[in-house]
Design a protein around this ligand. Structure first.
Ligand code: ZN
Length: 275
């Protein structure tokens, strides 16, 4: 009798862990126990790490025109009424000179990095805006600290299971979230960021669903190694996401892409000036 008791307690605890995980994976119900100041602090730390590591993150310093073009797009998105952390998060933009990486990322607290590989890969300004909107959404929706909350819950439960060995559990939680590993988003986070990109772009001059062109093109590129692999390590399956964008666009009256909301030739000009 007495032997059976702790086992049933364990089963309950494991069930709690599993339900916490499925909650966070569903995206919209995610709980975040951290204050905004944690996102701001983490962002500052990661930003400093990146600036120190010029070998892995060579910043494009001698071309302020490229940076201000990208930043101008970002500022239009940040003007959306659906943005809630304006004036709270940093929302700074930086370009990384690396043509082989088709990606962009945003730290907690809003430090946005765009690779020249992405700038050269997309075909119009609206698509770039869609990707930047997606990155801003990761900061706005506080995906990193939300996942940390889940891990912290896991740590507390784990310490119960391990009979209160704080050294061991801290090590495990520490391994879960170190530096840039924070930026690896779940599938639910990705879908939420796509949906918010569409929302933000609605108040701009851009075609709101433009992020789909990015997924379509990256899907078409196929498994061509390097850049694509790197993209997939932080972002899941393009086709699912094209389907989701299509669904979202239908829900919002299905506006169509045109020359007037994609800005093809303006973008071609910009691309021709890239180093
Ligand atoms: Zn993402």
């Amino acid at each position: 009798m007495e032997k059976g008791k702790p086992r049933s307690v364990r089963v309950t605890v494991v069930a709690v862990v599993l339900s916490t995980f499925s909650l966070s994976c569903s995206g919209s119900l995610g709980i975040n126990l951290f204050p905004d100041s944690k996102d701001i602090q983490l962002g500052k730390e990661i930003d400093q790490e990146i600036r120190k590591n010029g070998k892995e993150y060579p910043l494009l310093k001698d071309r302020p025109d490229v940076k201000s073009y990208v930043e101008a797009i970002g500022r239009k998105i940040l003007g959306s009424p659906d943005i809630t952390k304006r004036g709270i998060y940093a929302y700074q933009f930086e370009i990384i000179r690396d043509d082989s990486t088709i990606n962009a990322f945003c730290t907690p607290g809003g430090y946005i990095y765009v690779y020249t590989g992405l700038l050269k890969f997309v075909d119009n300004e609206a698509t770039l805006a869609g990707v930047i909107g997606h990155e801003i959404a990761h900061a706005e929706r506080r995906h990193a600290t939300r996942r940390m909350t889940t891990a912290l819950g896991y740590q507390i439960v784990l310490s119960v299971l391990l009979g209160g060995n704080p050294g061991e559990t801290e090590k495990i939680a520490g391994n879960l979230f170190t530096g840039l590993a924070l930026l690896r988003n779940s599938r639910g986070d990705e879908e939420e960021a796509d949906n918010h990109s569409i929302k933000y772009l609605r108040s701009t001059e851009y075609y709101p669903g433009a992020i789909r062109f990015f997924f379509e093109k990256i899907g078409g590129v196929g498994n061509r190694g390097g850049a694509f692999q790197r993209f997939l390590s932080t972002h899941p399956l393009p086709q699912d996401r094209v389907d989701n964008v299509e669904k979202q666009m239908q829900l919002s009256g299905n506006p169509q892409p045109t020359d007037a909301n994609l800005f093809l030739s303006r973008y071609a000009d910009f691309k021709s000036r890239l180093p």
